[in-house]
Design a protein around this ligand. Structure first.
Ligand SMILES: [Zn+2]
Length: 253
Protein backbone atom coordinates (compact mmCIF):
# COMPACT_ATOMS: atom_id res chain seq x y z
CA UNK A 1 0.00 0.00 0.00
CA UNK A 2 1.14 3.48 -0.81
CA UNK A 3 0.08 6.89 0.43
CA UNK A 4 0.11 8.73 -2.90
CA UNK A 5 -0.32 12.22 -1.52
CA UNK A 6 0.85 13.93 1.66
CA UNK A 7 3.13 16.77 2.67
CA UNK A 8 6.05 15.55 4.79
CA UNK A 9 7.93 18.84 4.46
CA UNK A 10 5.36 20.65 6.61
CA UNK A 11 6.75 21.85 9.92
CA UNK A 12 4.23 19.63 11.72
CA UNK A 13 6.72 16.79 11.15
CA UNK A 14 9.93 18.60 12.04
CA UNK A 15 10.18 17.00 15.48
CA UNK A 16 9.38 13.36 14.77
CA UNK A 17 9.45 12.50 11.07
CA UNK A 18 11.42 9.31 11.84
CA UNK A 19 8.61 8.03 14.02
CA UNK A 20 5.97 8.96 11.44
CA UNK A 21 7.88 6.99 8.79
CA UNK A 22 8.32 4.08 11.20
CA UNK A 23 4.60 3.96 11.98
CA UNK A 24 3.80 4.01 8.26
CA UNK A 25 6.10 1.01 7.72
CA UNK A 26 4.57 -0.84 10.66
CA UNK A 27 1.11 -0.26 9.18
CA UNK A 28 2.30 -2.04 6.06
CA UNK A 29 2.96 0.88 3.74
CA UNK A 30 5.55 0.23 1.08
CA UNK A 31 6.01 3.85 0.06
CA UNK A 32 4.91 7.41 0.66
CA UNK A 33 4.68 9.99 -2.09
CA UNK A 34 5.22 13.40 -0.60
CA UNK A 35 4.08 16.46 -2.49
CA UNK A 36 6.08 19.68 -2.50
CA UNK A 37 3.60 22.39 -3.41
CA UNK A 38 5.71 25.49 -2.91
CA UNK A 39 9.11 26.32 -4.47
CA UNK A 40 10.23 27.53 -1.03
CA UNK A 41 9.95 23.94 0.25
CA UNK A 42 11.78 22.24 -2.59
CA UNK A 43 15.21 21.85 -0.96
CA UNK A 44 13.68 20.52 2.25
CA UNK A 45 11.57 18.05 0.28
CA UNK A 46 14.57 16.82 -1.72
CA UNK A 47 16.45 16.25 1.53
CA UNK A 48 13.60 14.20 2.97
CA UNK A 49 13.46 12.02 -0.13
CA UNK A 50 17.23 11.55 0.01
CA UNK A 51 17.08 10.54 3.67
CA UNK A 52 14.31 7.97 3.15
CA UNK A 53 15.39 6.89 -0.30
CA UNK A 54 13.38 3.98 -1.68
CA UNK A 55 10.51 4.64 0.71
CA UNK A 56 9.64 8.30 0.22
CA UNK A 57 9.15 9.62 -3.33
CA UNK A 58 8.52 13.17 -4.48
CA UNK A 59 6.15 15.08 -6.69
CA UNK A 60 6.64 18.83 -7.02
CA UNK A 61 4.80 21.86 -8.28
CA UNK A 62 3.62 25.35 -7.61
CA UNK A 63 0.23 24.86 -5.96
CA UNK A 64 -2.45 27.25 -7.27
CA UNK A 65 -2.92 28.89 -3.86
CA UNK A 66 0.75 29.96 -3.95
CA UNK A 67 0.62 31.39 -7.48
CA UNK A 68 -0.11 34.97 -6.25
CA UNK A 69 3.10 34.90 -4.16
CA UNK A 70 5.37 34.54 -7.19
CA UNK A 71 6.16 36.73 -10.19
CA UNK A 72 5.93 35.41 -13.75
CA UNK A 73 9.74 35.34 -13.95
CA UNK A 74 10.03 33.36 -10.73
CA UNK A 75 7.47 30.87 -11.98
CA UNK A 76 9.32 30.51 -15.28
CA UNK A 77 12.52 29.92 -13.36
CA UNK A 78 10.89 27.33 -11.11
CA UNK A 79 9.47 25.39 -14.06
CA UNK A 80 13.00 25.14 -15.48
CA UNK A 81 14.18 23.90 -12.10
CA UNK A 82 11.49 21.20 -12.11
CA UNK A 83 12.50 20.13 -15.58
CA UNK A 84 16.03 19.61 -14.32
CA UNK A 85 14.71 17.35 -11.56
CA UNK A 86 13.24 14.79 -13.92
CA UNK A 87 15.14 11.91 -12.30
CA UNK A 88 14.41 12.98 -8.74
CA UNK A 89 10.65 13.31 -8.95
CA UNK A 90 7.92 10.80 -9.79
CA UNK A 91 5.26 13.30 -10.81
CA UNK A 92 4.30 16.91 -11.48
CA UNK A 93 1.80 18.30 -9.00
CA UNK A 94 -0.30 19.10 -7.25
CA UNK A 95 -1.23 21.58 -9.93
CA UNK A 96 -4.55 23.06 -10.89
CA UNK A 97 -7.00 25.71 -9.79
CA UNK A 98 -8.25 26.89 -6.40
CA UNK A 99 -11.08 29.42 -6.43
CA UNK A 100 -11.87 28.80 -2.78
CA UNK A 101 -8.73 30.57 -1.57
CA UNK A 102 -8.07 32.79 -4.58
CA UNK A 103 -10.94 35.15 -5.47
CA UNK A 104 -9.10 37.71 -7.57
CA UNK A 105 -9.89 37.28 -11.28
CA UNK A 106 -6.41 38.26 -12.43
CA UNK A 107 -4.84 35.69 -10.13
CA UNK A 108 -7.31 33.05 -11.25
CA UNK A 109 -6.25 33.68 -14.83
CA UNK A 110 -2.63 33.29 -13.74
CA UNK A 111 -3.54 30.00 -12.03
CA UNK A 112 -4.89 28.75 -15.36
CA UNK A 113 -1.67 29.67 -17.14
CA UNK A 114 0.43 28.00 -14.47
CA UNK A 115 -1.77 24.91 -14.60
CA UNK A 116 -1.16 24.68 -18.35
CA UNK A 117 2.58 25.02 -17.78
CA UNK A 118 2.47 22.06 -15.39
CA UNK A 119 0.49 19.90 -17.80
CA UNK A 120 2.91 20.69 -20.61
CA UNK A 121 5.85 19.85 -18.39
CA UNK A 122 4.31 16.56 -17.26
CA UNK A 123 3.76 15.61 -20.91
CA UNK A 124 7.25 16.64 -21.89
CA UNK A 125 8.89 14.69 -19.05
CA UNK A 126 6.41 11.79 -19.40
CA UNK A 127 5.57 12.01 -15.72
CA UNK A 128 2.20 11.69 -13.96
CA UNK A 129 0.22 14.87 -13.41
CA UNK A 130 -1.43 15.30 -10.00
CA UNK A 131 -4.43 17.60 -10.11
CA UNK A 132 -5.79 19.88 -7.39
CA UNK A 133 -9.17 21.55 -7.85
CA UNK A 134 -11.29 23.42 -5.34
CA UNK A 135 -14.46 25.30 -6.31
CA UNK A 136 -13.08 25.39 -9.85
CA UNK A 137 -14.07 22.05 -11.33
CA UNK A 138 -15.53 23.25 -14.65
CA UNK A 139 -12.41 25.21 -15.51
CA UNK A 140 -10.18 22.36 -14.34
CA UNK A 141 -12.03 19.93 -16.59
CA UNK A 142 -11.92 22.39 -19.53
CA UNK A 143 -8.16 22.82 -19.24
CA UNK A 144 -7.53 19.08 -18.93
CA UNK A 145 -9.65 18.68 -22.07
CA UNK A 146 -7.31 21.01 -23.97
CA UNK A 147 -4.59 18.41 -23.59
CA UNK A 148 -4.68 14.77 -24.39
CA UNK A 149 -2.68 13.48 -21.49
CA UNK A 150 -3.60 10.15 -20.01
CA UNK A 151 -1.40 9.98 -16.91
CA UNK A 152 -3.60 12.08 -14.66
CA UNK A 153 -4.40 11.60 -10.98
CA UNK A 154 -7.08 13.90 -9.60
CA UNK A 155 -6.20 14.02 -5.94
CA UNK A 156 -8.97 14.44 -3.32
CA UNK A 157 -11.52 13.84 -6.08
CA UNK A 158 -15.02 14.83 -5.02
CA UNK A 159 -16.93 15.88 -8.12
CA UNK A 160 -20.05 13.76 -8.17
CA UNK A 161 -21.21 14.71 -11.65
CA UNK A 162 -17.80 14.12 -13.22
CA UNK A 163 -17.38 10.47 -12.31
CA UNK A 164 -18.32 9.23 -15.80
CA UNK A 165 -16.06 11.83 -17.33
CA UNK A 166 -13.17 10.64 -15.18
CA UNK A 167 -13.77 7.01 -16.11
CA UNK A 168 -14.04 7.85 -19.83
CA UNK A 169 -10.66 9.53 -19.73
CA UNK A 170 -9.06 6.80 -17.64
CA UNK A 171 -7.99 9.37 -15.09
CA UNK A 172 -7.26 8.15 -11.57
CA UNK A 173 -8.65 9.47 -8.32
CA UNK A 174 -7.28 9.31 -4.80
CA UNK A 175 -9.28 9.35 -1.58
CA UNK A 176 -8.43 10.24 1.98
CA UNK A 177 -9.98 10.27 5.46
CA UNK A 178 -12.74 12.62 4.32
CA UNK A 179 -14.29 9.44 2.91
CA UNK A 180 -15.08 8.43 6.49
CA UNK A 181 -17.35 11.48 6.81
CA UNK A 182 -18.62 12.38 3.36
CA UNK A 183 -21.63 10.80 1.66
CA UNK A 184 -20.62 12.36 -1.66
CA UNK A 185 -17.23 10.69 -1.55
CA UNK A 186 -18.77 7.34 -0.64
CA UNK A 187 -21.11 7.59 -3.64
CA UNK A 188 -18.18 8.40 -5.91
CA UNK A 189 -16.13 5.47 -4.62
CA UNK A 190 -19.07 3.16 -5.16
CA UNK A 191 -19.30 4.17 -8.84
CA UNK A 192 -15.59 4.21 -9.67
CA UNK A 193 -13.89 1.08 -10.96
CA UNK A 194 -11.32 -0.23 -8.51
CA UNK A 195 -8.46 0.08 -11.02
CA UNK A 196 -8.78 3.88 -10.99
CA UNK A 197 -8.61 4.26 -7.19
CA UNK A 198 -5.58 5.10 -5.05
CA UNK A 199 -5.25 6.08 -1.42
CA UNK A 200 -3.83 9.27 0.03
CA UNK A 201 -3.94 11.21 3.29
CA UNK A 202 -3.12 14.82 2.32
CA UNK A 203 -1.46 14.76 5.75
CA UNK A 204 -0.70 16.69 7.93
CA UNK A 205 -4.17 17.97 6.98
CA UNK A 206 -7.46 16.11 7.34
CA UNK A 207 -6.69 14.80 10.81
CA UNK A 208 -9.88 16.50 12.04
CA UNK A 209 -8.51 18.32 15.04
CA UNK A 210 -5.15 16.61 15.23
CA UNK A 211 -2.18 16.06 12.96
CA UNK A 212 -2.80 13.44 10.31
CA UNK A 213 -0.20 10.97 9.02
CA UNK A 214 0.30 8.34 6.33
CA UNK A 215 -0.60 5.35 8.52
CA UNK A 216 -4.20 6.68 8.40
CA UNK A 217 -4.66 5.25 4.89
CA UNK A 218 -5.44 2.00 6.70
CA UNK A 219 -8.78 3.53 7.76
CA UNK A 220 -9.43 4.79 4.23
CA UNK A 221 -8.85 1.29 2.82
CA UNK A 222 -11.23 -0.15 5.43
CA UNK A 223 -13.92 2.31 4.37
CA UNK A 224 -13.43 1.54 0.68
CA UNK A 225 -13.77 -2.18 1.44
CA UNK A 226 -17.01 -1.47 3.28
CA UNK A 227 -18.45 0.80 0.56
CA UNK A 228 -17.51 -1.52 -2.31
CA UNK A 229 -18.30 -4.69 -0.36
CA UNK A 230 -14.84 -6.11 -0.92
CA UNK A 231 -12.45 -7.64 1.51
CA UNK A 232 -9.87 -5.39 3.04
CA UNK A 233 -6.86 -7.30 1.75
CA UNK A 234 -8.09 -6.99 -1.83
CA UNK A 235 -8.52 -3.21 -1.51
CA UNK A 236 -5.13 -2.84 0.17
CA UNK A 237 -3.37 -4.85 -2.55
CA UNK A 238 -5.21 -3.33 -5.51
CA UNK A 239 -4.72 0.29 -4.50
CA UNK A 240 -1.05 -0.43 -3.85
CA UNK A 241 -0.59 -2.03 -7.25
CA UNK A 242 -2.46 0.86 -8.90
CA UNK A 243 -0.04 3.33 -7.33
CA UNK A 244 3.10 1.39 -8.23
CA UNK A 245 1.91 1.06 -11.82
CA UNK A 246 0.77 4.64 -12.22
CA UNK A 247 3.92 6.20 -10.75
CA UNK A 248 6.18 3.44 -12.10
CA UNK A 249 7.82 3.03 -8.72
CA UNK A 250 10.65 0.54 -8.58
CA UNK A 251 9.32 -1.25 -5.53
CA UNK A 252 6.87 -4.07 -4.88
CA UNK A 253 3.39 -2.95 -3.80
ZN1 LIG B 1 -2.11 18.22 -0.95
Amino acid sequence: MIDVHCHLEQKDYDEDLNKVIERAKQTGLKAIITCCANPADLEKSLNIVEKYRGFVFLTASLHPIHVPEYTDDQIEEFMKRLEGLKNKIVGIGEAGLDYYWVKDERQRTRQMEVFRMHIELAKKLKLPLIVHSRDSHDDTVAILEEYNYDRVLWHFFGVKDRVEWLVEHGYRASFNTLLLRSKTHKKIVKKLPMELIMLETDAPWLGFGKRNESSAIFKVAEKIAEVKKMNFEEVWQTCGRNAVGFFRLEISP
